[in-house]
Design a protein around this ligand. Structure first.
Ligand code: ZN
Length: 312
């Protein structure tokens, strides 16, 4: 009993953190007892719902706990170390477009399981449906047109939540059609990339999207229509190897991982240790692969300024 009492005491005196994915809930001693702790730990979801006021985010870079509201108001960027956290395509639209000006284009295009692909986790077709339900979007990219500080722009915004932002046939088709729309209507084109690369479940069909999207985008040159590529964390594989690096201006968010093959693969191939900051936006800027690094809060201003220069 004495042991149990001291154990009880210990739980009352410490501050408990409950890990719920990226979220940490900070529960102080006045609100928790051992039984409640046990119940909540067994079933974390109800606690997350009940304790939204006490919700904290843990920064992946500096590991500090940031009040959720502060994190959200700071556009999912850490106020301590400027780590740029992930952001959904809808949040991007809200951030970049003037209020109520965004019109989605080609929303009806969604992935098709042309190869009847199966892996150990199940059918690709089932995975597509599950991801659609989970994310509320039907492809790894949202395409549309709208105004940014009064300037018309066509934009393709990738969403990493949808199968790792992978480039499938429908993703490529939407990016190409958005490019064609920009071409036909003489509107600047911007792609915000966030991708793990080509969609393996679609095999060669997915790799073909690299050539297809690049062909569409290069056509913009004929009419001197600007194309700006924004690389966010992460932009890797076939996306980096195609349209993401084709911008008249290529810019990136701070700290973004940008590369083709992974660090381990390269190290094993060349038999050398790579620099610590290899494949970061900062490394790429230093070596001339990108033109600028822009903080998320400044992105809208930066892009509209660039387009204004083009319009002069
Ligand atoms: Zn941080």
């Amino acid at each position: 009993m004495t042991f149990l009492r001291s154990l009880n005491c210990l739980f009352y005196t410490i501050i408990c953190f409950y890990n719920i994915g990226d979220y940490y809930i900070f529960a102080n001693k006045s609100k928790v007892n051992i039984m409640a702790w046990y119940i909540h730990n067994k079933n974390k979801q109800p606690l997350a719902q009940q304790s939204k006021k006490e919700l904290f985010i843990k920064c992946k870079k500096c590991h500090s706990h940031i009040y959720y509201k502060e994190w959200f108001n700071n556009l999912n960027v850490c106020p301590n170390c400027n780590y740029h956290g992930s952001i959904t395509s809808h949040e991007r639209i809200h951030l970049l477009f003037d209020h109520d000006t965004f019109q989605e284009l080609f929303a009806n295009i969604s992935p098709v399981d042309s190869l009847g692909f199966n892996d150990l986790k199940g059918r690709y077709a089932d995975k597509i449906e599950a991801t659609k339900t989970k994310t509320g979007i039907n492809e790894a990219v949202i395409t549309g047109v709208g105004k940014m500080n009064g300037i018309n722009v066509v934009m393709a915004i990738m969403d990493f939540r949808f199968l790792g932002g992978s480039l499938g046939s429908a993703t490529g088709e939407k990016i190409l059609r958005a490019s064609n729309y920009a071409y036909e209507n003489h509107i600047p084109y911007i792609i915000i990339s966030a991708s793990g690369g080509a969609r393996m479940q679609e095999g060669t069909l997915s790799l073909m999207q690299m050539a297809k999207t690049c062909a569409g985008i290069s056509r913009l040159n004929q009419k001197h229509i600007p194309f700006i590529s924004v690389l966010t964390n992460p932009t890797t594989g076939g996306v980096t190897a195609s349209y993401a690096m084709m911008g008249d201006i290529n810019i990136a968010e701070p700290g973004a991982l940008i590369g083709f093959a992974g660090r381990r693969v390269i190290e094993q191939t060349i038999g050398q240790k790579l620099p610590e900051d290899f494949q970061t936006a900062e490394y790429l800027l230093k070596h001339g692969f990108i033109d600028s690094i822009v903080n998320r809060k400044d992105l809208k201003e930066f892009l509209s300024n660039m387009l204004n220069y083009y319009n002069r």
